[in-house]
Design a protein. Structure first.
Lengths: 156, 89
């Protein structure tokens, strides 16, 4: 059912944020994404991993886990922690909502994940942890070229 | 981050040279505020030309620097925010 699968675990240090997004991007490149699509994936991964480190584990140390799958032309990414969990997921997903405004957090993390990826789901249990599952379809190169061609035709 | 102060125009240019994420943002913030306080400019330009990655911590950074610049009576301008970064707004 899946063409490929990967798992990654690392401790909740902020210096691992770049490591995590670059690793997932390297895995995603097997689907031949555009630079823009890759940037979307990197940003979404960065948001979820940062949330696990900053909110999930706060200043404590824990393990952040990433699982990713390639399925046809789709990438599915699951990012989870065993941190403190979210009381009200719907509220947490609202733009500008943050429980740490003093740290200059913008409250835009979930909004960015939602808009940069095709789907985003959050499962969370207070005291047990949080899991964010996101997916994105990477169009094959020929289809992208066809789209571009159509755009050109309609514009002229 | 590189900084350059033009005395005659009271202009401070702050060029961010690293990726902007939760890990790097604290250092960028600390340096930016330090330079603004040290030169007390009238105008600050935040240059994003060399920024290759930015997530939502960049939004918090920019809003926070707006407030800081305002506090010291300076006007903050953003330059070279690429399409990739702008998408975050
Ligand atoms: N992994 C997590 N564990 C615990 N709480 C979380 C987690 N992810 C998000 N949250 C909560 O959801 C809120 C909104 O997250 P987000 O949209 O990324 O904004 P920000 O990170 O800027 O606060 C956070 O302030 C936090 O309270
Ligand atoms: Mg966040």
């Amino acid at each position: 059912m899946f063409n490929n699968e990967m798992k990654l675990e690392f401790i909740s240090k902020s210096s691992n944020e770049a490591f995590a997004r670059l690793t997932v991007a390297a895995f995603a490149s097997q689907l031949d994404p555009t630079i823009e699509e890759l940037a979307d994936i990197k940003t979404a991964v960065s948001e979820a991993v940062t949330n696990s480190i900053v909110h999930g584990y706060d200043k404590k140390q824990g393990i952040v886990k990433i699982c990713a799958w390639l399925k046809e032309n789709e990438i599915i990414i699951e990012i989870s922690d065993k941190g403190k969990g979210i009381e009200n997921v719907e509220q947490a997903k609202e733009p500008l909502y943050t429980t740490k405004p003093n740290l200059e957090r913008s409250g835009m993390g979930f909004t960015i994940m939602e808009s940069f990826m095709d789907t985003m789901e959050v499962e969370s249990v207070v005291g047990l942890g949080t899991k964010v599952t996101m997916s994105k379809i990477i169009k094959p190169k020929e289809e992208k070229e066809e789209d571009e061609f159509k755009m050109l035709m309609t514009n002229t | 981050m590189e900084s350059k102060f033009y005395e005659e125009d009271k202009l401070l240019v702050l060029k961010i040279t690293s990726e902007i994420d939760d890990h790097n943002v604290q250092e960028i913030r600390r340096k930016a505020d330090y330079e603004m306080e040290r030169y007390m400019p009238k105008r600050v330009i935040f240059d994003f030309d060399s920024v290759t990655f930015m997530d939502s911590s960049g939004i918090g950074l920019i809003i926070g620097r707006y407030k800081f610049a305002n506090m010291i009576g300076a006007k903050l301008e953003l330059s070279n925010l690429t399409r990739k970064c702008k998408k975050n707004f």
